[in-house]
Write a protein that binds this ligand. Sequence first.
Ligand code: IPE
Ligand code: IPE
Ligand code: MG
Length: 232
Amino acid sequence: MQKPVHVGIIMDGNGRWAKQRGLIRTKGHLEGLAAAKRIVKAASEIGIRYLTLYAFSTENWKRTAEEVGFIMGLIKQYLRAEFDFSKKNKIRVRHAGNIAGLPLDIQKEITDTIRDTADFDGMQVVLAINYGGRDEITRAVRKFTADGKDAGELREEDICAYMDNPDIPDPDLIIRSAGEYRTSNFLLWQGAYSEIYISKKLWPDWDKEDLQVAIDDYMGRDRRFGSVANQE
Ligand code: IPE
Ligand code: IPE
Ligand code: MG
């Protein structure tokens, strides 16, 4: 099979990585950011067209104010500091999730980065921040009815059209680090037929080779989409 066009990653295990080393959780997030930068570079080199990174879920607000504040700070720093890398590698940055629910300074950083990278034609990196699959579907239906359309006429294609990034193809491969066997509300709609790859390795330890192993595993699979294999 061809390499995946769109890869989504549930970047999990930062806290456990820190705990294993007797460090505070925030140190794990700092290393998680370094891993995210490595993987963006690696994915671009491998020739992935779309990379969606799950950075903060609609449920992650349940964490302490200190941890949430630290993660928001890292996101801001990442968006600011990575512009030169994006420019050099023609990486277009996008966002998925409920932007209105984010602090105003983060909203501005996101909209500025989206605007400043809009013309870059290399890999597209979708940052899922304050993202929840259920929230995205709920907002899609609301936008549909706000446009004066009749909810009684709602079709699957309408939900697709009102998603946060309707032009982006569904993820071919969804990777989860740190070994949990769940989606945690990531790309519920778009992931209907995604191949899933779960690795025990904690996110801060990820590098290009781990991504390559996941992609190679994907390429050996048989995607049937409800049909039967090798139909005559
Ligand atoms: C993933 O790492 C990062 C975010 C959810 C923001 P965690 O912080 O969930 O790490 P664990 O699961 O506690 O190890
Ligand atoms: C999923 O990880 C969210 C992100 C990676 C941003 P969580 O650590 O929040 O997921 P659960 O709580 O283990 O399901
Ligand atoms: Mg976790």
